[in-house]
Ligand binder design. Structure first.
Ligand code: COA
Length: 193
């Protein structure tokens, strides 16, 4: 794959930028959260060396090899780390998958919905992608809500297609968004849990 120029995008209160070496401690801290470790299939326990490996090596390699676009999502004013979002597994034929987590203290404020909208639009525009795919373990309702809110079409369930952070192999939902899809419509309020 041709290498990709690391990009920076500002969208409202969010700034999306490539990972920088000083993010290691914040990634290490955020990924202590059991929800992130579980749904994003991270090494457990998640050690500082894991954060170093991601920030210092895997993330720059993805841009350089053109296989992914790992962005740190930070508060545009304070630069506090809020989330991680990436297009991954970018193919020569113009497909990619979107992946994300949000730091526990920043959840429920629309951070990931805004970041998904931004990265999806950028992926279609700047990278010329033809299809962006979303996958989440069946039962990850917060991630499903994000996908619905940002205009992804849920296409079905893949049986036993995902391995979680605790090693369980589970069914996953699959969905996609195409450049020709209409803008997302407002969702009805979520049912109380
Ligand atoms: C999924 C996740 C990234 C969402 O991040 P976020 O910034 O809180 O997302 P947003 O605020 O943009 O939207 C979250 C939506 O999910 C809803 N939600 C949150 N928790 C929920 C739950 N347990 N069940 C159903 N919906 C839930 C919120 O109400 C919101 O919907 P609404 O705005 O329509 O009310 C975050 O919860 C997270 O990091 N989870 C752990 C890791 C993970 O699941 N990664 C994705 C793997 S596919």
């Amino acid at each position: 794959m041709p290498s990709l120029e690391p990009a920076e995008i500002t969208a409202g209160r969010l700034h999306l930028r490539p990972w920088r070496p000083y993010d290691v401690d914040a990634v290490h801290l955020a990924c202590q959260d059991p929800q992130i470790a579980l749904w994003n299939r991270l090494p457990q326990p998640y050690q500082r060396a894991d954060a170093e490996s991601f920030v210092l090596r895997a993330a720059p390699a993805a841009w350089a090899e053109g296989t992914g676009t790992p962005f740190a999502v930070v508060d545009a004013t304070t630069e506090q780390l809020l989330a991680s979002i990436a297009l991954i597994d970018i193919s020569v034929s113009g497909e990619a998958e979107i992946g994300y987590w949000c730091a526990a203290q920043a959840r429920g404020q629309g951070v990931i919905s805004q970041a998904v909208t931004t990265v999806t639009r950028w992926g279609f525009g700047a990278l010329g992608l033809a299809r962006i795919e979303w996958r989440a373990a069946v039962g990850n309702d917060a991630s499903l809500r994000v996908a619905q809110r940002t205009g992804f079409t849920v296409e079905g369930t893949l049986r036993q297609a995902l391995i979680l952070g605790d090693g369980r192999r589970v069914d996953c939902w699959i969905g996609s968004r195409l450049p020709t899809d209409p803008p997302p419509t407002a969702l009805p309020p979520r049912e109380p849990r």
